[in-house]
Design a protein around this ligand. Structure first.
Ligand code: N7H
Length: 487
């Protein structure tokens, strides 16, 4: 008798990717994830709920007010059309949007049965941002004990992002939300206001640099450019990335998709209050530039542009390495570049903020790897702009910075990886390149030149963490089910 041998085990059938509707029309994915709120005023409300029953009634009252992707995308399209036609922001078009995020504590409180693993392991969401300080490098003045929100003893279940075009609309919506929270016995643990800067600094962050230029394109949300497949139409240089990198339940860049039903159409949200020392940042540029004169000379403005990877106008160093030469006001090509012919970082240093956090096609780590660590940024500045002559609060007496808010499908692979493995790492992408001079720790960075020896520049740390929270922005249907006790 012959022995039959082991019976072959059929390979597991891969999960069938979920149906892929046009995400632009989604009534289920909350607004702000794929379609940004893009409002000049936004407030973040950090909420502690009283108990399960009152939390659910609060949620059922809130649910109809939450913005969907379809609503925000439709509004943004009409706003852009009106702007192009009228040459400025249309005064008569305004909206008020609300987005909800729940912390792991919040989901535990609201759900019927345990949706989350009882062991946090090394899951960032289950642990909470304060328990991840060793990963993100939040020590000393950035230590979690000093945070305004997200400290270990605070119990935050939910975060609301309320956004409006007009100050009066924002104030009435905030009043309504506070009243509803109070009526359901909830506590407002912290309220953080944000507003875009004004005048010539509109669209710029506090150090003075234009922000909001580069975002990933999302398959199923952004239209592909026929002439340059893989890129977004009318946004030259913007690569299309799989939706599953940002929204759960869709295939990501590796083809994998989360199969947990309640997570589908949701996205993880990282919020950080990043306090910026504006005079300190510029003083170091002036000091370092004058020290550099002996070596051939860089002006403070040039050094600061090297730290960021763009000029203050937003024009990328890759296109204008020596001076900000962008012609006129045409910003359409500001994202149309890569690092293919700049391996050593002669034009855009390898430590530059935008190259650290999105190395595009740099050989290290390579384009495929770079696309596995993308995030959608929805931050907004807070505090008054630095201008001591303007009076109280405009000098060193007032705090200012960026409310960094970003959506992603995986916090460990998204925000934490960018911060820990790339921005904070002196040896990424190559040995002794230096840490990210915007969000990394103090370090000595290496500037490469076309001909001539490399230069060393010592950058300090002028951004500190003053609050942080990890949340999950569930789909609108999951929020409904949580509110009805069906999950
Ligand atoms: Fe950064 N800055 O003013 O220097 N950022 N950032 N950021 N950032 C960007 O390209 C800034 C922070 C990213 O696609 C620009 O749209 C400041 C954190 C990513 O090429 C400027 C702070 C993380 C990009 C700044 C801060 C990131 C980006 C250029 C904190 C994630 C897109 C504008 C106070 C860990 C890169 C633009 C790309 C761009 C600044 C924080 C990530 C000017 C001041 C914490 C992915």
């Amino acid at each position: 008798m012959t022995y039959p041998g082991p019976v072959p085990i059929p390979p597991p059938t891969p999960p069938t990717p979920p149906a892929f509707p046009e995400l632009r029309d989604s009534d289920d994915v909350q607004g702000n994830i794929l379609a940004g709120f893009r409002k000049d005023r936004q407030s973040f409300l950090f909420v502690q709920l009283a108990d399960q029953a009152s939390g659910r009634t609060w949620l059922s009252e809130l649910a109809p007010r939450l913005a969907s992707t379809r609503q925000v995308a439709t509004f943004n399209a009409s706003f852009s059309r009106a702007r192009r036609a009228g040459g400025g922001d249309p005064e008569d078009l305004g909206a008020v949007w609300v987005n909800l995020g729940l912390t792991a504590q919040g989901v535990q409180l609201l759900a019927n049965t345990a949706l989350l693993s009882p062991e946090p392991g090394d899951d960032p969401y289950l642990n909470g941002a304060h328990n991840r300080a060793a990963i993100t490098g939040d020590a000393g003045p950035s230590a979690a004990d000093n945070w305004l929100f997200g400290r270990s003893e605070q119990r935050i279940h939910a975060v609301l992002i309320v956004a409006a075009d007009r100050a009066t609309d924002l104030q009435s919506e905030l009043a309504r939300q506070r009243e509803s929270l109070a009526r359901h016995g909830a506590t407002l643990v912290f309220e953080q206001a944000g507003a875009t800067l004004t005048g010539a600094r509109r669209g710029h962050e506090h150090f003075g640099f234009k922000d909001g230029i580069s975002q990933p394109g999302v398959v199923g949300f952004d239209e592909e450019d026929e002439a340059t497949p893989g890129q977004v139409k009318d946004r030259p240089g913007t690569d299309l990335v799989a939706a599953g990198e940002f929204v759960l339940g869709y295939p990501d860049q590796s083809g994998a998709a989360s199969t947990l039903e309640w997570l589908r159409n949701g996205s993880f949200l990282v919020i950080r209050r990043l306090v910026q020392d504006v005079p300190g940042w510029w003083a170091q540029m002036i000091e370092q530039a004058s020290a550099d004169q002996e070596q051939g000379g860089l002006k403070p403005d040039q050094l600061a542009a090297k730290a960021v990877g763009r000029w203050r106008s937003g024009s990328p160093l890759d296109k204008a390495p020596e001076a900000d030469r962008r012609s006129g006001r045409d910003s359409s090509q500001d994202n149309n570049f890569d690092y293919a012919n700049d391996e050593d970082g002669v034009r855009t240093p390898r430590f530059a903020h935008i190259r650290k956090v999105y190395p595009r096609n740099s050989p290290t780590p390579g384009e495929a790897e770079a696309q596995r660590h993308r995030i959608i940024r929805r931050g907004i500045p807070f505090g008054l702009q630095f201008d001591p002559a303007e009076g109280r609060g405009h000098g060193v007496d007032g705090p200012r910075g960026l409310i960094f808010a970003a959506y992603m499908a995986d916090i460990a692979r998204g925000f934490e990886f960018l911060q820990q493995r790339w921005a904070n790492a002196v040896d990424f992408p190559e040995e002794a390149d230096g840490a990210d001079p915007v969000i990394g720790p103090s370090s000595v960075a290496t500037i490469h030149r076309e001909d001539g020896p490399v230069r060393q520049v010592a950058f300090g740390q002028f951004v500190r963490t003053g609050g942080a929270l990890y949340a999950f922005s569930p789909s609108i249907s999951t929020i409904g089910r949580l509110s009805r006790g069906e999950l």
